[in-house]
Design a binder for this molecule. Sequence first.
Ligand SMILES: C[S@@+](CC[C@H](N)C(=O)[O-])C[C@H]1O[C@@H](n2cnc3c(N)ncnc32)[C@H](O)[C@@H]1O
Length: 274
Amino acid sequence: MVKQPRTQLYQRDCLEAMSEELQPKSVDVVVTSPPYNLDIDYNTYDDSSERENYLDWIRDWACEVKKVLKDEGSIFLNLGSKPTDPWVPHEVLFELRDLFNLQNEIHWIKSIAIQQESYDESVDVTVGHYKPVNSDRFLNQCQEYLFHLTKEGDVTLDRKAIGVPYKDKSNVSRWQDSDDLRGRGNTWFVPYETIQDRQNQRPHPASFPPGLAEMAIKLHGLDKTDLVLDPFLGIGNSAIAAFRVGVDFVGFEIDEEYLETARARLGQQQRRLF
Ligand SMILES: C[S@@+](CC[C@H](N)C(=O)[O-])C[C@H]1O[C@@H](n2cnc3c(N)ncnc32)[C@H](O)[C@@H]1O
């Protein structure tokens, strides 16, 4: 029988919890989405700090992450913005530039309209979900960042683990790929699940789909991943992702209700798989 991975979820402030609950250099992958300082209405956390204080706080917890991350570990840092405040992800990245290398910049695509042949053709596929922006100045926000940060910028990745089959099969032999898979690149289309009842099915104002975290963990490489950390757990999507791929996980969340939801959702996942 497949071993059930160990998942530890704590209602704690991650800033203290990381040093108290985790050994130095014990984490292989951090996949997380901190608050974006966009005045989002969280239950407990106040998302409206002065920008300077926010960036200081980002640096404080990032230093703790660096201590618990293995030297060959990966951080996948999800950050978004709003049309009236598009600098946040870039300012955060700038704040962290002397702590980590930006090894890859991944774009999490939430929704896309595609003309398969050329720009002149009519749109033949529109997929995914986004929050519409009612404005004649700004575009709908259909994308967020997933910054891949590492200590030295030299972490080897399992690109084929999230590879996509070649459309033109002649490329399989041309590129001498025995398994008909090419690298996916840095645009990842991962839509939110379609839901009917937000309050019950996605009771959090800023979550990501488990599939995004799952792809990140697989890209780092399952054969070298023993422990995944999310310091900002929310309703537990990174925990669900780690459980699905069979890897131990530890997560911190300050809000009691979000943590309860995370536990309940993880329980459902465990009952489904074991
Ligand atoms: C962007 S959300 C993360 C959502 C999560 N990725 C998901 O899919 O549900 C950020 C979360 O961090 C939590 N938070 C804020 N400050 C925290 C802290 N110091 N320690 C732990 N959690 C914190 C907030 O309550 C919020 O749920």
